[in-house]
Design a protein around this ligand. Structure first.
Ligand code: S3P
Length: 171
């Protein structure tokens, strides 16, 4: 098993869980948003401000392709909107993908004051409907990990044990 992908809404813990999981599994950690920022030479808010969300989605789609096509053994944390593109979901379904599910109230507490997430600026109700719309997409794309009341350590351990089981089962 070469790559493990983490999907889920903004603030669901993909990056922190991803880093720890990568360490536990002895794999490299790749953050899709950081990959995009490095390639574009601009921050995410700058990309949204100057070129718009559509352009960001194009960069995100290219980045996902590049990452899935290389042969590195890695844990990859994606951005929350990666599932907006059905072709991205198709790629993710061919890999081992986990959906970090977290309750809305918890998510909003974590992201509401974050200026590095341009979509948060659209306001609580708009972000909540995005959350509700995307939940189904995440569910259909990855194995659900219910993270409510769990620490980053516990979530990473849970995924690690599933991955180990899959490897032993020869997947
Ligand atoms: C987005 C989520 C962000 C980032 C961008 C758009 C989204 O990543 O890709 O701001 O559409 O949900 P995180 O999920 O890591 O915050």
């Amino acid at each position: 098993m070469k790559k493990i992908f983490l999907i889920g809404f903004m603030g669901s813990g993909k990056s922190s869980v991803g880093k720890l999981l990568a360490e536990k599994l002895g794999k490299e950690f790749i953050d899709l948003d950081e990959y995009i920022v490095e390639k574009a030479g601009m921050s995410i808010p700058e990309i949204f401000d100057r070129y718009g969300e559509k352009f960001f989605r194009k960069l995100e789609k290219e980045a996902l392709r590049e990452i899935t096509e290389d042969s590195r053994d890695a844990v990859v944390a994606t951005g929350g909107g990666v599932v907006e593109d059905p072709e991205n979901c198709e790629i993710l379904r061919k890999h081992v993908t986990f959906h970090l599910q977290a309750p809305w109230d918890e998510i909003w507490k974590r992201i509401s004051k974050d200026s590095n997430r341009p979509l948060v600026g659209r306001g609580k109700e708009a972000v909540k409907s995005l959350y509700e719309k995307r939940e189904k997409m995440y569910r259909e794309t990855g194995r659900v990990i219910n993270t409510a009341e769990m620490t980053v350590e516990e979530i990473a351990e849970k995924i690690k044990s599933i991955v180990t089981g899959l490897e032993e089962g020869g997947k």
